[in-house]
Write a protein that binds this ligand. Structure first.
Ligand SMILES: Nc1nc2c(c(=O)[nH]1)N[C@H]1C(S)=C(S)[C@@H](COP(=O)(O)O)O[C@H]1N2
Ligand SMILES: [Mo]
Length: 251
């Protein structure tokens, strides 16, 4: 879609949904600063644009919420469906052959083992994971900041998004570069003092603590740095909007 049509769509869409010209102005500011979420063209697009743009403008550098160790709670096992045979094969090798491929707009594409990630940088944090279905729990997550990997790979300045994929076919997500570089956005391989259990995404999961649970994809295999997401999947920024869930899901 060219910028003019897109601007018109956002402006008129916003007026139709919100019935207020002040919000149309907000949509123009969103466009000016590039704060248009990839799922802006869906049924809830105008609302999604406002949510995303407002959160980014008003709370760009808001910290994630961290908790004391005494508040760690019983983890909730959320069903994640079937894992392919390749998963069991790697599990039999204690995931020593598991690789995280880092490609796209980087000067040094990488293929990292869990040991490589551990050697790069380690951070631990106690945060809450909340599912859109209503439950949540607090855990200690241990891993390597995504920002450290992006630095190592030499993500180029034009990069705007990081898309990430897992061993479950068709399930993928993405974050903008601000979220990707936030120190809390963690390539997680440990939990509550031990290795990350399979139920919680072993051997590697991306924790995105400032967004809702489904952004924290388990069984991570690949991250791709991009300047646009229109050629990924159905072009909505992740598989969630294809099922009616928001791409940006700040909490
Ligand atoms: N690969 C993969 N990652 C996934 C899911 C999934 O089904 N497969 N479910 C998501 C959803 S909807 C939520 S709420 C969280 C649940 O995380 P938990 O099992 O640690 O509670 O994982 C997310 N990551
Ligand atoms: Mo969820």
């Amino acid at each position: 879609m060219n910028p003019i049509t897109r601007r018109k769509l956002i402006t008129t869409g916003t007026v139709a949904v919100a019935g207020a010209t002040g919000l149309a102005a907000a949509a123009r500011i969103a466009e000016r600063y590039g704060l248009i979420p990839p799922d802006h063209g869906t049924l809830y697009g105008a609302g999604e644009t406002l949510t995303y743009a407002c959160q980014r403008v008003l709370t760009a550098h808001r910290p994630m919420r961290e908790f004391p160790r005494s508040m760690i709670s019983t983890p909730f096992v959320s069903p994640y469906g079937k894992l392919p045979p390749a998963f069991s094969a790697s599990q039999a090798n204690h995931f020593t052959d598991w690789r995280l491929v880092v490609d796209g707009l980087v000067t040094h594409p990488l293929s990292l083992s869990i040991a490589d990630l551990r050697a790069l940088a380690v951070r631990s944090q106690i945060t809450e994971i909340a599912c859109e279905e209503g439950w949540s729990y607090i855990a200690e997550w241990i891993g390597t900041p995504l920002s450290a990997v992006l630095r190592e790979a030499g993500a180029i300045p034009q990069a705007r998004y990081v898309a990430y994929f897992c061993i479950q076919h068709g399930l993928w997500d993405s974050v903008d570069i601000e979220e990707a570089n936030h120190p809390g956005t963690l390539l997680t391989w440990g939990m509550n003092g031990g290795d990350l259990p399979v139920d919680y995404g072993a051997p590697l999961r991306l924790r995105v603590p400032r967004q809702i649970g489904y952004k924290s994809l388990k069984f991570l295999t690949r991250i791709t740095v991009a300047d646009s997401l229109k050629d990924f999947g159905k072009g909505l920024g992740s598989s969630s909007p294809e099922d009616g869930y928001a791409w940006y899901a700040g909490i």
